[in-house]
Design a protein around this ligand. Structure first.
Ligand code: ADP
Ligand code: MG
Length: 308
């Protein structure tokens, strides 16, 4: 287990930003921490990266405790903070070299910096001032900074926020590549991002985890049903459609068009075709809508309003 967080609570003044959050992430996993603004994502990430102590709870990274073994944890964690604060007056290579000094990379310093510049695609920019770079390239510098000391765990706080669509795809694909070698926890409020990069999504809302599942399962773990719209070539009886296994409700939309709600466990489209054949009619059109991860997320976060 790469990251183990147990019952993390963080209280700012009177506000509870995290409420007994537990999270375990295995080595090599790429996990998305999803949630709306104010959910507690950044707080959680700062705590795991040893930048902020929790009010209560325990966290260990690769077996090292954030209390008492902070230096060991920091060696193993690369952290890209939200808004990626950088020294805009420094040159890219100069900045990385400065950080290499802080990390005491010693004689490996030069080759390590070269590797990281290659990996993050900063070759052409290495002698430019950070302030002169586009947001996408600044984000690469942020990733280079997080990766420099070769940590096994990367904590990336909204790594693609504020990027234009091309930069966004580039950074996502870079993170995906890096994820082949490292354990990654990244935060975002963009659903497609998790679907694109992560194996697993942890959804957090108002300081509590409301869902934790594989991205594939979360998309299919619909709290609602499949909605199938179908147009037959002739009249059918609602009662006969209801007999198809898996069908839950049947609604006549007019003409020969119906809306069928079916449980999501089974794809009933084939049964509908067979049904039509059995009734000697044809299917003129059929569409199936599944609840997207976006909708799953909305459902989960709406139904978990905290009770005072
Ligand atoms: P997220 O990253 O999901 O947007 P944060 O972890 O930044 O959420 O914030 C969680 C909650 O804690 C928010 O309501 C925020 O206003 C509050 N909060 C965060 N940092 C501080 C702070 N330093 N002082 C007071 N409240 C804070
Ligand atoms: Mg945040």
């Amino acid at each position: 287990m790469s990251i183990i967080a147990k019952e993390i609570t963080k209280i700012y003044g009177k506000q509870k930003a995290l409420d007994a959050v537990s999270l375990e992430i295995s080595a090599g996993e790429v996990v998305g921490l999803l949630g709306p603004n104010g959910a507690g994502k950044s707080t959680m990430m700062k705590i795991i990266s040893c930048f902020l102590p929790p009010t209560s709870g325990e966290v260990s990274v690769d077996g090292f405790d954030i209390f008492g073994q902070e230096m060991e944890v920091k060696k193993r964690v690369g952290y890209l903070p939200e808004h990626n604060p950088l020294y805009l007056d420094m040159y890219v290579r100069e900045y990385l070299s400065f950080l290499a000094g802080i990390h005491k990379l010693g004689k490996n310093k030069r080759s390590r910096i070269n590797n990281i510049i290659d990996l993050t695609g900063l070759g052409l920019e290495q002698n430019k001032k950070i302030g002169a770079l586009s947001k996408g390239y600044r984000q690469r510098v942020g990733l280079a900074q997080a990766l420099l000391h070769d940590p096994s765990v990367l904590i990336l706080d909204e790594p693609t926020s504020g990027l234009d669509p091309n930069q966004l795809l580039e950074i996502r694909s870079l993170i995906k590549d890096i994820g082949k070698e490292k354990t990654i926890l990244l935060s975002t409020h963009i659903m497609q991002e998790v679907e694109a990069i992560c194996d697993r999504a942890v959804i957090i809302h108002m300081g509590k985890i409301v869902a934790d599942d594989s991205t594939a399962n979360l998309s299919s773990r619909t709290t609602g049903n499949d909605i199938i719209k179908i147009e037959f070539s002739d009249t059918v009886e609602a009662e006969s459609i209801e007999k198809i296994i898996g069908v839950q409700t049947v609604k006549h939309l007019g003409g020969y068009t119906w809306e069928i709600e079916a449980s999501p466990e089974k794809d009933i489209r084939e049964d509908i075709f067979n049904f039509a054949v059995g009734h000697k009619i044809s299917v003129l059109s059929l569409s199936r809508e599944q609840q997207s991860l976006e909708e799953v997320f909305q459902t989960l976060t709406k139904t978990n309003e905290p009770k005072e």
